[in-house]
Design a protein. Sequence first.
Lengths: 306, 306
Amino acid sequence: MDIKAVKACFIDLQGSICAALEALDGAGRFSAERFDYPGGGCGQPRVLQDGQKVEKAAVQYTHSVGEALPAAASERNPHLAGAGFQAAAISVIVHPRNPYAPTAHMNLRFFLVDGALPAWHFGGGFDLTPCYGFAEDCVAWHRAAKQAAGRHYAQMKRACDKYFHLRHRGEPRGIGGLFFDDWTEGGFTASLRLTRSIGQAFMPAYAQIFQKRSALPYGTRERDWQLLRRGRYAEFNLAIDRGTRYGLQSGRRIESVLASLPPLAQWRYNHAPSPGTPEAELLSFYLRPRDWLGEAPADDQAAPSG
Amino acid sequence: MDIKAVKACFIDLQGSICAALEALDGAGRFSAERFDYPGGGCGQPRVLQDGQKVEKAAVQYTHSVGEALPAAASERNPHLAGAGFQAAAISVIVHPRNPYAPTAHMNLRFFLVDGALPAWHFGGGFDLTPCYGFAEDCVAWHRAAKQAAGRHYAQMKRACDKYFHLRHRGEPRGIGGLFFDDWTEGGFTASLRLTRSIGQAFMPAYAQIFQKRSALPYGTRERDWQLLRRGRYAEFNLAIDRGTRYGLQSGRRIESVLASLPPLAQWRYNHAPSPGTPEAELLSFYLRPRDWLGEAPADDQAAPSG
């Protein structure tokens, strides 16, 4: 168990993801900041704003050393709350300019908790939030997810559908992907390998979709719909997301915690897209937990999670 | 104790506030909907969108009959959670188009809880959230608050400063006003009289400020700043506000619960206004809990709340 290996993995990923996004954008550049925390650890947020194709992207690495683990840090191990801990994490959010290009999110995290026995776990995943549905993108995204997660795909896909859900709307955030938490399966080396594999799969899968959809022409109608969908994204992040709650609870630097928020978002009372439009189809077809790879058994939803 | 009198008071207020806002706007009209709830009670949201001067306003009346009081409904009486209850409420939010005209919020509520003894309380208040500070507006607003709340002003003003605070930013939401909760002082008749007095003071005080500031010319710089400040408003409502949390917990109609969200809002990473600008002055001078009427004793902040 070596937190150095985890940190190196996350820092590598940060560098390669920023380079890939700059290449995709063709003009914008990521900022590079570093904040050393008094009690140990550091934050390295990198943000690209007002790019050519990327309206906002935040790719953040943090290493925290804390005296008391916040309750939001471990869902399945509430007894660890309050213990001394170290955490390393990378989080990625991309808000493209083109409404046909989906918003993407990736997060990987590692917790090491002090105690009678050192306890550790990995968590993270990635998910995709389109404003307009394209079946081939959903299939490609989930194929990449399956390739990265291997035999854990079905479990992690279900967990993703469950987590990225706006309960108050009865609406999924997007078309899902992978989500895992409190992960120790196969021991440290295997868990790190799996986490890295998921981290490395994210950008190639997203880049292909981003590039294809960023080339489509769009107008004020599509932009308007995108801003409404970004309103949903802000709702999820501010009212539901455990990562954001953890950030607010732990008193972390607020600009980093909220860097995931959309650059521009709107809310319109009683808005519903007209039936038969691509906007309505997003809601009625794409935003339903769905077996994109056509391989689930008939009783998939009822299958045990393991 | 007569919930009918409370309901009549809130419905009257809804009508007069909508009429006043339509007159101020000069073009927009409020929608009128009514939802009857299966278990009793009803919701009457009224929303004006895309007006001439009012970008969005929501003036909502609700009467709820519930089997189990949500925890968020009573801060000081957690033992009431789970009891059968009735609630009547009016909430008002106005997002003006002109960045010089402040956002305003008013809420009045009455809870009647079943039990060995019927328990009831009032709550509510109003507060003002400018994007640009005008000392005379702050003074006028707090004068109206004082006239409405009488000898309770100092207590309610402190409670308002305390409640409308973005902890994660270390920043007040606005310049405050009145806030009260679990209110039974002097019995039902006196409490209803006070609540009505606060409700009736809101619109005349706001109308004067709204009208004056909506006449000022503005450009893209002011609009940009307004949208950033509205981002803060969305943060407060989604991540902090107890009323919104109550709405999300109680499974109320989501479009009503979130009707307070700004029509358009933005977030920009690491944004800070240049020193010496009116935008910087909002943060450094106006968004500080302040004795706008110049009457507080030196130890006001330490004075007992009652």
